[in-house]
Design a protein around this ligand. Structure first.
Ligand SMILES: CC(C)(COP(=O)(O)OP(=O)(O)OC[C@H]1O[C@@H](n2cnc3c(N)ncnc32)[C@H](O)[C@@H]1OP(=O)(O)O)[C@@H](O)C(=O)NCCC(=O)NCCS
Length: 334
């Protein structure tokens, strides 16, 4: 009997390029506070958010995904036919099926790339890069486009005080491909389903369908304090594990790019990790809000634009959120 062929890929990968697309409407705190009995001052103090960027009604998450993907592909210098994988991390697809990725691959001109969505909420970008890295190194794909794309303004109830005011719309994209050196460190990732409903929808579609008169259309809610404590204590440990697994120390980092959930969480991380002053900390949340799977690549894109000298430096990225799921990895900034 003939032996099956199993491919092998290159020894190393890195992020070749990055792209971003932000919601086209600036939404300041004052536009939202009336519906939640809050204030601009409260939101700034508790979250650091000054405004969030949201997309106009006619713009869908896939439009943001395609715009970010387009920039990442162009900047990679690759021929579109060399990108044979597309992973979109999103909780904003307008249909349960088909995937956003299949249509995006077509619109980006990279069909017949293997294309699929993943659902890992705010950890989704890190999960996507972990998979892209593994797919390229295994030889299953040559180059993989990873996109985090969200239109979270569609998922919120404007009268909800727990999460609605945090969220924005956008997409970030990276191309992961072969490298002559290690550009993506080991991913430290996991889940804690015991806290599954800490960030949740108000009802399932099944509950809504069976009783539409009594059950409201599902929107997003969270137990903010539980998430806050979990993020600050447990995620700092995960960040330290990612540093150790990669064999680098906080002082080796050029940048710290955590999921943009809350500026107080970001500042507490920086303190607990004892990041030296030299490490630039991403604070994209202030003007963009929390964009779940898009927040890390959006923040990386902004840092890269503001500080071109960061290119080639190491960044600690960490995503965490609904599930609860989390993932961290050290990457070379493209
Ligand atoms: C949501 C979050 C900002 C709330 O801040 P908090 O400091 O935990 O607020 P608390 O729930 O403890 O409430 C404190 C007070 O503010 C009030 N409050 C709660 N939400 C409010 C809002 N949106 N506006 C104004 N006041 C609010 C509460 O009623 C309470 O008032 P009281 O002291 O008179 O009882 C915070 O918990 C958070 O950011 N958590 C992280 C979660 C996250 O970012 N998740 C995204 C997915 S990763």
């Amino acid at each position: 009997m003939a032996a099956l062929v199993q491919p092998t890929g290159p020894a190393h990968t890195r992020i070749l390029s990055i792209g971003a697309a932000r919601g086209d409407v600036d939404v300041p705190n004052d536009d939202l506070v009336g519906a939640i009995d809050s204030s601009d001052e409260w939101i700034r103090q508790r979250t650091g958010i000054v405004q969030r960027r949201r997309a106009s009604a006619e713009v869908r998450a896939i439009d943001l995904a395609v715009a970010a993907g387009e920039e990442a592909i162009e900047r990679s210098g690759l021929d579109r036919s060399d990108i044979d994988g597309l992973i979109i991390s999103t909780i904003s697809n307008v249909a349960v099926t088909p995937s956003m990725a299949s249509l995006a691959a077509f619109r980006l001109g990279i069909s017949p790339a293997a294309a699929f969505d993943i659902s890992a909420a705010c950890a989704g970008y890190v999960y996507g890069v972990a998979q892209a890295d593994a797919l390229v190194r295994s030889g299953a794909c040559r180059n993989v486009l990873v996109i985090g794309a969200e239109k979270l303004s569609e998922l919120v109830d404007p009268t909800d005080r727990s999460i609605s005011f945090l969220l924005g719309d956008g997409a970030g994209a990276v191309v992961v491909g072969p490298s002559d050196h290690t550009g993506i460190g080991p991913t430290v990732w996991g889940s804690d389903g015991e806290k599954w409903d800490t960030i949740r929808m108000t009802s399932t579609f099944e509950e809504y369908r069976s009783n539409p008169d009594a059950v409201a259309w599902p929107t997003l809610r969270q137990d903010g304090q539980t998430v806050f404590r979990w993020a600050v204590w447990e995620m700092a440990k995960v960040a330290r594990q990612a540093l150790a697994a990669s064999g680098v120390e906080a002082g080796d980092l050029a940048a710290f790019i955590p999921h943009q959930a809350n500026l107080r969480i970001i500042d507490e991380f920086a303190k607990q990790l004892k990041l030296p002053e030299s490490v630039i900390v991403a604070r994209d949340i202030e003007m963009q809000g929390n964009t779940s799977a898009a927040s890390i690549p959006l923040a990386m894109h902004a840092l890269r634009e503001a500080h071109p000298e960061l290119s080639g430096g190491l960044a600690l990225t960490i995503g965490f959120g609904a599930g609860l799921v989390y993932g961290a990895q050290i990457v070379e900034i493209p």
